[in-house]
Design a protein around this ligand. Structure first.
Ligand code: PMP
Length: 405
């Protein structure tokens, strides 16, 4: 084999593969419902579009500083002060092409070969693959009590002399749970004592429901940004509906940002300036767009929970944030990849197999789309799996008869 063993070991992104399959089915004219999607449906904020357009109109789209445009960095500093209660310097901030690249650059900067990174199941699909790409070893910690909430004792047991970092993602993709303050306080304290970096992936931090407030990990340390082990990752993708703009950022100690900047300069040089201008405009513009999105998603969460309650055999932990839930379908099938394929082929509903998130027997369902998609999607899944549901259904204008139960 002529390719690198490491590159060949990296799995395809399951969510991106499913998007492609859904696109192909849609092209064939099938009425596909996408409950796999990891992005809100709202349009990007007008201020962001105007910001990008005015930058484009200058015709001056050239290389810019690797670590980010000063204007965007300033907006990020303000955002950090407002939302994290931390005043950071421009040298603590680096902008990357999406939070995904931020995470890659952080891990590339931190890890020596064979260093271990603790990842809490259920986890975002990309974490283990990115750790491997940086020559590290992903160590998966699974809650033994069957909940989706991690426990400090279980994490402590997984720590070895090679543990370099732990990734925390709360609100959590894929479960939608929000980690408790007590857990965050304990884990931050433990990691700071043991010199383990805490990567706080806060990409969904404002999408929390029922009056909950997101608690930043910073709240649990008395150390300043230079001396703390906490590294914050955030971006505009999920909160502002700007997934395609590819803007994420990292807040870290200066020295680390310096090294990350060197790494990034050798890979992508800089992030496109007009996309950075758009992100800056979104961050300093009207923030009611985030609250509107949060309310819409909270309503969708209520709808999907209601639909799932009427589904015999399916158990679902109520999400407190994000736009995902992770129901347990083991009463119908253990193998989530088979189940997800079955639902796509028979009912034209896209779901993401729990296996991809370290939770076999579950499916990740997204409620970032419309209420209609959520209700119809769940009705189709019910039709495909539940023998007690009516055996005829309309999918688009086609009447479908279930003949497999
Ligand atoms: N972290 C998590 C938990 C995510 O779900 C995603 C996107 N699905 C990202 C990071 C990456 O965000 P971005 O689009 O900014 O790269």
């Amino acid at each position: 084999m002529t390719y690198s063993t490491l590159a060949l070991s990296i799995a395809e992104s399951a969510t991106l593969r499913l998007n492609e399959q859904a696109r192909l089915l849609r092209e064939r004219g099938e009425a596909v419902i996408h409950l796999g999607i990891g992005e809100p449906k709202n349009r990007a904020p007008m201020t962001a579009l105007l910001g990008a357009a005015s930058k484009l109109n200058t015709g001056d789209i050239k290389y810019v500083p690797t670590d980010g445009l000063p204007g965007l960095k300033k907006a990020i500093i303000r955002y950090t002060e407002e939302n994290y209660d931390r005043l950071v310097a421009p040298e603590n901030v680096i902008v990357s092409a999406g939070a995904k690249q931020s995470i890659f650059n952080i891990l590339y900067t931190l890890l020596n070969p064979q260093d271990e990174v603790i990842i809490l199941a259920p986890y975002w699909v990309s974490y283990p693959e990115i750790v491997k790409m940086c020559y590290g070893i992903p160590v998966i910690v699974r809650p033994e009590d069957g909940t989706f909430h991690p426990r400090v004792e279980e994490i402590e047991r997984a720590v070895t002399s090679s543990t370099k970092a732990i990734i925390l993602n709360s609100p959590n993709n894929p479960s939608g749970i929000v980690f408790s303050d007590e857990f965050l306080a304990q884990i931050v304290d433990f990691c700071e004592r043991r010199g383990i970096y805490v990567l706080a992936d806060d990409i969904y931090h404002k999408l929390v429901f029922d009056g909950k407030q997101p608690t930043p990990a910073y709240r649990f340390t008395t150390k300043d940004v230079e001396n703390s082990k906490i590294i914050v990752i955030n971006g505009v993708a999920k909160l502002y509906g700007m997934t395609g703009f590819r803007i994420g950022w990292t807040i870290a100690p200066r020295k680390m940002v310096e090294v990350m900047t060197n790494v990034q300069s050798q890979v992508t040089t800089c992030v496109s300036p007009f996309l950075q201008t758009a992100a800056e405009a979104a961050l300093i513009g009207m923030q009611s767009i985030v609250e509107q999105l949060r309310l819409t998603i909270q309503n969708n969460r209520d709808v999907i929970m209601n639909e799932l309650h009427g589904f015999t055999g399916v158990k679902c932990v109520k999400p407190q944030g994000t736009f995902y839930c992770l129901p347990d379908f083991r009463a119908y099938k253990q193998d989530s990849v088979e189940l997800s394929n079955f639902l796509l082929q028979r009912a034209y509903v896209v779901t993401v197999p729990g296996k991809e998130f370290g939770m076999e027997g579950h499916l990740r369902l997204s409620y970032a789309g419309s209420v209609k998609d959520v209700t119809e999607g769940i009705a189709r899944i019910k039709w495909a799996l539940d023998p007690n549901s009516p055996n005829e259904i309309y999918i688009g204008d086609k009447k479908m008869v279930r003949d497999w139960l």
